[in-house]
Design a protein around this ligand. Structure first.
Ligand code: ACO
Length: 431
């Protein structure tokens, strides 16, 4: 972060406080308010952190007005079109694109860690069969710290590295096993001759009774879904991971916290909620009714897959995802998919409606991802686990960056208190 030699002056109560302004390589400047409480005796108030930069980062940049998303400087559409998920993982984790040799080494390290400790099967078997796979993932990932003691010391760079590889490698196995358990089928072990996305598809769909051939079209589409969800700057789940990690918690506990946060329908749970909404709408003639509900202040209903805290023009991931949905359905020979018809018509009608235009509400990445996953034969309950697999590398990259930041402090926001002031305790018989 570069000092701009500019300051912001805050005046109140006969006090005048000079606050330094810093510039990044892109994006708005920031006002450093760290001395504000010490010098002014006041806090800032920013629920939802709409104007607060919580950290100094070099990983991902978003320009919400222009619809730009860069990972280490590379635009997301180039990465989605030309790269693949594990190469993007390397880029996010280590800062640069790998050489062919580095990529081979990284892929082989990830591939060799895809199996779970055999005893972890008992965790899965302890859950109810109808448990949501996200509930199972929160539990099993948290439990990894009980199995992989040799990679929980955050002060040891080697252990941090091993934990990172383990999490990226095992997450597809955990998600696929949560699915297999929910449908009463045997767990399928990972296979090291398959690429990351193909391996995940096989663990979801293969059964011991017959051979399973991975469809390369589906594997490519899954890889692109992983790539598009790999990281997204300081979103709610990433900030959760950083906050959990700021106390010195172990990596498995931190990532479990991120998964728990991701599950919410305002965040990663939106992909499941969006497809369920499109199905509920059912036919294009019912769209006006749902748009009217979304606009009604007295109705809590929102158009799922619409809107974003940061993107106020378009979500560049949604553009790629929409193309991908068209390609996958076309290649699979699925014509006139009713959900896709509803999605396209809903997008059109909403974008023409002044309510959505005025509030800058556009389809986000999750508006189209569910249609692809549905076409692959995955149930809606698996949509958010797939997001969690993909985002694991983002969480880990941000976690590693935070641990190497010399300014690291425990995250501890303050509050504006509106409760009772001191009052004396009254014995129960006198109340
Ligand atoms: N449908 C209808 N109205 C909406 C929607 C929507 N999807 N999203 C926002 N609005 C309206 C709000 O009612 C609010 O109106 P008001 O100003 O009249 O009160 C205004 O737009 C601003 O909305 P906020 O909730 O203040 O915006 P915020 O930035 O806090 O929320 C969020 C962003 C959570 C994504 C929101 O747009 C939403 O709930 N969308 C639906 C869920 C969704 O798709 N989430 C996925 C996000 S992307 C991801 O995690 C990968």
């Amino acid at each position: 972060m570069a000092d701009t030699n500019k300051t912001a002056t805050l005046s109140f109560d006969n006090k005048r406080i000079e606050l330094p302004i810093y510039a990044g390589t892109a994006g708005p400047d920031v006002i450093d308010i760290r001395k504000l409480y010490a010098e002014g005796g006041v806090f800032t108030y920013d629920p939802g952190f709409t104007s607060t930069a919580s950290c100094d980062s070099t990983i991902t940049f978003i320009d919400g007005e222009e619809g730009v998303l860069l990972h280490r400087g590379y635009p997301i559409d180039q990465l989605a079109g030309k790269s693949h998920y594990l190469e993007v993982c390397y880029l996010l984790l280590y800062g640069d694109l790998p050489t062919a040799e580095q990529l081979e080494d990284f892929e082989s390290r990830v591939t060799q860690h895809t199996m779970l400790h055999e005893q972890m099967q008992y965790f899965f078997r302890g859950f109810r069969r109808d448990a949501h796979p996200m509930a199972v993932m929160v539990g099993v990932v948290g439990a990894m710290s009980a199995f992989y003691h040799d990679s929980t010391d955050i002060n040891d760079p080697w252990q941090r590295e091993v934990a990172s590889i383990r999490l990226i490698a095992k997450m597809p196995t955990i998600a696929a096993w949560a699915y297999k358990y929910s449908i009463g089928q045997p767990f399928v072990y990972p296979r090291n001759d398959l690429d990351y996305a193909s391996n995940f598809l096989r663990m979801c769909f293969a059964v011991p009774a017959e051979e399973y051939e991975v469809n390369p079209i589906l594997s490519r589409a899954m890889d692109r879904i992983f790539t598009l969800h790999a990281d997204h700057e300081q979103n709610a789940s990433t900030s959760t991971v950083r906050l959990a990690s700021s106390s010195g918690a172990n990596p498995f506990a931190c990532i479990a916290a991120g998964i728990a946060c991701l599950w919410g329908p305002a965040h990663g749970g939106a992909n499941q909620a969006c497809l369920e909404m499109l199905r509920e709408i059912g036919t294009p003639d019912r769209i006006p009714e749902f748009i009217a509900r979304a606009k009604d202040k007295n109705d809590p209903f929102r158009l799922m897959g619409f809107g974003h805290r940061v993107y106020k023009n378009f979500d560049p991931r949604a553009t790629v995802m929409k193309q991908s949905a068209d390609e996958v359905l076309d290649l699979l020979g699925i014509e006139n998919n009713p959900t896709l018809q509803v999605a396209k018509e809903l997008e059109k009608q909403a974008l023409e409606d002044p309510y959505f235009a005025d509030k800058k509400l556009f389809p986000n990445v999750d508006f189209y991802s569910g249609i692809i996953l549905d076409a692959m034969g995955l149930p809606t309950s698996m949509f958010t686990p797939i997001f969690a697999i993909a985002r694991t590398v983002g969480w880990i990259s941000q976690w590693k960056e935070q641990l190497s930041d010399p300014q690291l402090k425990i995250g501890r926001p303050r509050q504006l208190y509106h409760g009772e002031t001191t009052r004396d305790y009254i014995d129960v018989e006198n109340r």
